[in-house]
Design a protein around this ligand. Structure first.
Ligand code: T46
Length: 132
């Protein structure tokens, strides 16, 4: 089974433009406790390089594009995010890396938990050991 899980958001469009509504436990599959955004990335930067013990996230690329690498310790997959209506759903225990940010790319991330540094696994070898 693929590590890449997309959520397609319905676009409420009319003659004036488009609108997407995000609702916890409805089109977002958890209670949304936190929202953060990633922007103004330095050219060539790579981010992430960690997994989480207990965190579900939905990632939406609001502008531009970037590549996510997802890894469960056995399989590694890459996906390009470049849509406001097609979000990436990342569950617990997935190692993620982000790269190839286009100039001006903006990611919005919806998270199931408050920020907690103790939830991060930042060493890949530790992640491989735990995920066995
Ligand atoms: C993830 C990917 C997609 C906070 O103070 N609060 C927060 O909610 C977050 C997410 C970060 N921070 C602080 C911690 C660091 O000092 O902001 C700084 C940058 O965070 P980090 O290096 O973890 O950023 P990324 O882009 O590598 O990873 C982030 C999320 O941390 C992570 O959960 O899945 O985006």
């Amino acid at each position: 089974m693929s590590l890449v899980k997309f959520i397609d958001f319905e676009i409420k469009g009319d003659e004036r433009g488009s609108l997407i509504s995000l609702e916890g436990n409805k089109n977002v599959p958890f209670d949304i406790k936190r929202v953060y955004y990633i922007f103004d990335n330095v050219p060539g930067v790579q981010r992430g390089f960690h997994a989480h013990h207990n965190l579900k996230q939905v990632v939406i690329c609001m502008h531009g594009e970037c590549t996510f690498v997802l890894d469960n310790g056995k399989v590694r997959e890459e996906v390009i995010l470049n849509s406001k209506s097609k979000a990436l759903y990342i569950e617990d225990f997935i190692w993620r890396e982000m790269k190839n940010f286009s100039p001006g790319a903006v990611l919005v991330v919806l998270a199931s938990e408050y920020y907690d540094e103790a939830d991060y696994i930042r060493n890949y070898e530790d992640f491989k050991r735990i995920s066995k």
